[in-house]
Design a protein around this ligand. Structure first.
Ligand code: UDX
Length: 435
């Protein structure tokens, strides 16, 4: 069984390499020629722990190409894993998806292979499976293909762990044959059978949005609660940890901070909100999740401004630009909005991130200075702001910091430091939802 994975982004590349690791023969296709030529030379298009080694290990079963038309010819199973970034109106931009669909239609028209299986991995709005089925039928005159909605639940930074030890694998299809063949791709894996969940396509499509928006809801809830916690001198980290001990609540995603970012949570919350509004079934809770997240970034800006007595001319050191640790991705990262707001209010920013400097430079204003070391960013700073909780920030050399900074002030936007240690070292410390 030969598989064509279309799209060499986080989802596509991890899926392609993972399926190859189970002994399947996989070709991963991307229209970006430089990305493909890099992959062929063993260079990674982005940072994801363990992915380079996984690809290297499976290079016998895994090839790369930018020629989709040619690659599709020999494949029985194809997986669409192209990006569906947020469009200007908040809906996912489906351009790449439908471009691929047109090429798949062309392939179906000429292919002698019967009953090809088309798996949708990209995050797409509910109803896309049905729309694709109708389109392919109309465009090709064929009906002997199967479509599966199998949205991916990979988290950046731990994508390999998520792939090999998934909480669940979603197989959303009305076709028994497709379900059977898809399941067979995992036959050499250690994934337990009960982790493979069969649903209708529509249910699978909505599960993906339900999962991501629920995670966003948990974060916005704990972030909002951090304000009353501060007011009464309570500790939000303790609150999150203790309520999380109740399995009905669950301990994950209850860390208060500078807001959620990344390529999924912000985009998917907005997309589901718009989708439901269009269908005249408004989701009131979700609207609040989004506005609470926008507000949370401003909470950090206000804390900085409050401590410094205004921002004009103030020198601000920022530790952490990636939307979370273990990735170089800055898409919708809280750091971007926070830094833009600081600069707009007259502050000077010098930032450091262990992985995301290059990507951040491409989206931040030219006036931002970047440092190649965490301590380098602190020179003459009036305040240090932590926006991403990289491990290397967690036990800093406070004496060294004090010598470098103009004023010993820390705004910890991720509650990454131990407040007691920071204060004992002579710092003014302010976290989120705790003193
Ligand atoms: C998310 C989902 O977790 C994953 O299942 C889905 O397939 C894709 O989207 P990802 O975008 O990689 O994964 O990041 P995630 O780990 O969910 O973090 C998103 C944001 O929430 C980050 O900015 C992170 O810092 C923030 N976050 C997370 C919090 O602020 N508090 C938390 O407790 C957890």
């Amino acid at each position: 069984m030969k598989i064509c994975v279309i799209g060499a982004g986080y989802v596509g590349l991890v899926t392609a390499a993972g399926l190859a690791d189970f002994g399947n023969s996989v070709i991963c296709v991307d229209k970006d020629k430089s990305k493909i030529s890099d992959l062929k030379k063993g260079r990674m298009p982005f940072f994801e722990p363990g992915l380079y080694e996984l690809i290297r290990r499976n290079i016998k079963h895994l090839s790369f190409s930018f020629d989709l038309v040619d690659s599709l010819k020999s494949c029985e199973v194809l997986m669409i894993a192209v990006g569906t970034p947020a469009g200007k109106d908040g809906n996912p931009d489906m351009k790449s998806f439908w471009t691929v669909a047109r090429i798949v239609a062309h392939d179906l028209k000429i292919s002698p292979i019967e009953e090809k299986i088309i798996i949708i991995k990209s995050t797409v709005l509910p109803g896309t499976n049905e729309k694709l089925r109708k389109y392919l039928k109309r465009a090709t005159g064929r009906t002997d293909f199967h479509i599966v909605s199998s949205p991916e639940i990979l988290s950046q930074g731990s994508a390999l762990k998520n792939f090999f030890y998934p909480n669940f694998i979603l197989i959303g299809t009305d076709s028994q044959k497709a379900a059977k063949i898809y399941t067979s791709l995992f036959k050499n894996s250690k994934i337990k059978k009960n982790k493979i969940i069969f649903t209708s396509p529509a249910t699978a499509e909505l599960i993906k949005y339900a999962a991501n928006t629920f995670l966003a809801l948990k974060i916005s809830f704990i972030n909002e609660l951090s304000s009353p916690a501060e007011l009464i001198g309570a500790d939000i980290s303790e609150i999150g940890r203790v309520i999380g001990m109740d399995p009905r609540i669950g301990s994950e995603f209850l860390k208060a901070g500078a807001g959620f970012g990344g390529s999924c949570l912000p985009k998917d919350t907005k997309a589901l909100l718009r989708f439901s509004a269009r269908k005249r079934v408004p989701l009131y809770v979700l609207g609040s999740v989004i506005s609470a997240n926008e507000r949370q970034k401003q909470v950090v800006v206000k804390k900085i401004s409050g401590r410094l007595g205004g921002l004009i001319g103030k020198k601000i050191a920022v530790w952490g630009l990636a939307f979370k640790p273990q990735t170089d991705d800055v898409r919708d990262a809280p750091s971007i909005d926070i830094i833009n707001a600081l600069v707009k209010k007259g502050a000077q920013v010098r930032a450091y991130d262990p992985r995301a400097l290059k990507k951040a430079k491409a989206v931040l204003p030219n006036s931002i200075k970047f440092s190649h070391s965490s301590y380098g960013a602190l020179k003459n700073a009036d305040v240090l702001v932590i926006i991403t909780e990289w491990d290397e920030f967690k036990n800093p050399d406070y004496d060294k910091m004090k010598k470098l900074m103009r004023r010993p002030i820390i705004i910890d936007g991720r509650n990454a430091l131990n407040p007691k240690t920071a204060k004992k070292a002579g710092f003014e410390y302010e976290g989120i939802g705790r003193k």
